[in-house]
Design a protein around this ligand. Structure first.
Ligand code: ADP
Ligand code: ZN
Length: 512
């Protein structure tokens, strides 16, 4: 019979009690049952295996995908007196760690998944008692997951080799299909899945189309005090953004994998220590960083998936105080994402497409963002959360179906090869040498967009790109995508969300 975990929760971890589903997860684990814990970032996943590792006889083997993450975890575990070690290619103390394991002196042993297929490692694990296998970031095992790692597939034979050692899979980010897949892949029964609530009520979600992203983010920063993260699309982008935002007077830093390691570590440490720093980073930043008082997370472009969006925005407000998540997106982000899907293995394309559609639904909705987000993770949610842009400031919608048809016709009539600007000129009847030469002024679509439709033109084209009715080719020329047919032939409606005109507040002014 395992010992009562509560005294150890107090004495070792210094926590007054369990949080959320931790208790149910730990209870199952201590009872030797295989479990999948789906818990949002910040919910305290590590405790779910760390506590059993000190309660139970034997070593808990933790599989984790990133060496940096393992070393963070190792530091944290060692700090509270847990006997832990990592066994990775960069560790110079491997022999010592192996000896400690054999003597039964380790509560936690962190390893990378590729070690799992290694016969020497399997043999090593037979030489001392095992308490538990903890599989962190378990969505990596699923091709449906947003971060599939083939090495995770090598785990199953290892786990099956030790049938009496319980398994605990942990993930922050799994939709229903991915969850079911994790259960199958890792041999965990359906009733072994414990899902924590995903809502982060203190985070205010706002999603806006880009126009001048740097200016938009500078405005956001001017009205949002506290430390924040700006996720940029490229390494160069982080440095440019940091430079531009520095002009606001806020301390800023760039962070990406290409910086020299010392500078990267320094920037990260500065950020963790600061109360008002803005760090402009690639998505490499944030994993394993324990900074509870991040007041805002901005995305200067589309995240990779809803899962990534949730995880990245989840780094805001872990202390429970109000925080802001603001995403700036452009139609070109979707076009690029579609292109990337074309490049992945055929077997995974359908899953990726579904994932992208989910992201499209989130940015396009005139309804509650939180509801869409929570529904994606299988949580129930009210229709109105009261703390997202659309709930606070309901957008109007206009029926733009007619304009959409005009745009599609113009694209078709001009031969599906001209860019957005030219199509606009044709539709509004702006005569140029080019339109004359092309003979486009004689087309029925010439000048058919009226003055009051004009403001809808750009948003309509953006909406058409978003729903894959239009695609941009490599040269920016617009052509039909599979979504065009429904609008032209099947009376599908195109309604546009009218972004409520936000008063642009004076720089440096403080929002209410
Ligand atoms: P996750 O891995 O799920 O993102 P962590 O394991 O890093 O979350 O935990 C997030 C934070 O919550 C950490 O600072 C941790 O110390 C704290 N925490 C975990 N469990 C508890 C608890 N039962 N009571 C109070 N704080 C906790
Ligand atoms: Zn809402």
């Amino acid at each position: 019979m395992p010992r009562d975990p509560l005294p150890l929760l107090h004495s070792t971890f210094g926590f007054p009690g369990f949080r959320g589903v931790q208790e149910s997860v730990v209870t199952r684990v201590l009872a030797g049952e295989n479990t999948l814990a789906v818990m949002p970032t910040g919910a305290g996943k590590s405790l779910c295996y760390q506590l059993p590792s000190v309660v139970l006889e034997g070593t808990c083997v933790v599989v984790s995908p990133l060496i940096a993450l393992m070393h963070d975890q190792l530091r944290a575990a060692t700090a509270v007196g847990i006997r832990a070690a990592t066994l990775t290619s960069v560790d110079t103390d491997q022999m010592k760690t192996i000896a400690r394991f054999r003597r039964g002196e380790l509560d936690l042993l962190y390893v990378a998944p590729e070690r799992a297929s290694n016969m020497a490692f399997r043999e090593l694990l037979t030489q001392a008692p095992l308490a538990l296998f903890a599989i962190d970031e378990a969505h990596c095992v699923s091709e449906w997951g947003h971060d599939f790692r083939p090495d995770y597939r090598l785990l199953r034979p290892l786990l099956d080799h030790f049938p009496h050692v319980p398994r605990l899979a942990l993930t922050a980010t799994a939709d229903k299909v991915t969850r079911d897949d994790i259960l199958d892949q890792l041999g965990i029964p359906r009733e072994g899945m414990i899902v924590a609530g995903f809502d982060r009520p203190n985070i205010r979600y706002t999603i806006t189309p880009k126009d001048n992203t740097t200016r938009q983010i500078a405005d956001l920063i001017a009205e949002t005090p506290g430390a924040g993260i700006v996720y940029c699309q490229s390494r160069a982008g982080t440095e440019k953004m940091a430079e531009a935002l520095a002009r606001s007077g806020r301390p800023t830093r760039a962070y990406h994998a290409g910086l020299d390691p010392q500078m990267r570590a320094r920037n990260q440490a500065d950020f963790v220590a600061s109360e008002d720093m803005v760090i402009c980073a690639t998505v490499a930043f944030g994993m394993g960083i324990d900074k509870p008082d991040v007041r805002f997370v901005a995305h200067a472009g589309m995240p990779k998936s809803i899962e990534s969006y949730y995880q990245e925005t989840g780094r805001a407000g872990r202390d429970g105080d109000p925080a802001v998540a603001h995403l700036f997106w452009g139609a070109e982000d979707f076009a690029k994402a579609r292109q990337r899907i074309g490049e992945v293995e055929p077997a995974r394309q359908q899953g990726e497409r579904v994932r992208l559609q989910a992201l499209g639904a989130l940015v396009e909705t005139p309804g509650c963002r939180r509801k869409i987000l929570l529904k994606h993770f299988g949580d129930d949610a009210p229709d109105n959360c009261g703390n997202c842009d659309n709930c606070l400031n309901p957008p109007g919608a206009v029926d733009a179906t007619e304009v959409a048809k005009k745009v599609l016709s113009a694209v078709f009539r001009t031969g599906q090869s001209f860019g957005m600007g030219y199509i606009e000129q044709v539709l509004t009847g702006v005569s140029t040498e080019r339109s004359l030469m092309n003979g486009h002024e004689a087309l029925g679509v010439w000048g058919i967009v009226s003055g009051d439709e004009l403001p809808l033109l750009k948003p309509v084209i953006r909406a058409l790109l978003l729903r894959d009715a239009l695609r941009a080719n490599d040269f920016g020329g617009l052509e039909f995508g599979p979504g065009a047919r429904g609008i032209l032939k099947e009376h599908e409606e195109v309604s546009l969300i009218l972004q409520p005109k936000r008063e642009r507040r004076a720089r440096g002014g403080r929002g209410s």
